[in-house]
Design a protein around this ligand. Sequence first.
Ligand code: SF4
Ligand code: SF4
Length: 172
Amino acid sequence: MLPPPDATLLTAYNNLIDEIEHRIQDLTRQRSPALLHCHPGCSDCCIEFAVLPLEAALLQDALLHIKRSAIVQENHCVFLLENCHCSVYDRRPILCRTQGLALAYIDHESGTIEVSACPINFQEEFCFEQDDLFFMDDFNGRLAVLNLQYCRQAGLQPDCRIALSDIAGSLR
Ligand code: SF4
Ligand code: SF4
């Protein structure tokens, strides 16, 4: 079991989530509503992945308070319910919150912007404009700082990643 983060860290993480959610709302309101086909039950992006220890600890804590279906869909995230809804929706990791947007990462060495986007929302020939992009680097950097603080408190390696299935398995 991972120890929960302290109250200061939890508040800082929640503030980061609020900021991300506001940015997502602004972006989708202004630019992308017609482009995005994400809806409850669409779950192609809900595949197994791994998170930083801080987000793993928060997911583990959330799991203590919800009743989960024991049915796991093959090749999908362990938290996906049979009806294709997320069982940890309110505490889903940052990566899940931003899925569906055109995620942009700046490569400072080459001076280019790398874009990753769901092909259901943005088909191959889609021509991205700056206003379509959700820049992840600042948010990821701030998550990394919070994770570092958490790992110092918990005595964990900050660069390790914990698979979602291992988080669920740790409570069985
Ligand atoms: S945590 Fe929820 S939103 Fe994220 S991949 Fe799993 S089921 Fe999907
Ligand atoms: S990112 Fe793609 S697969 Fe995921 S909910 Fe949106 S449209 Fe569906």
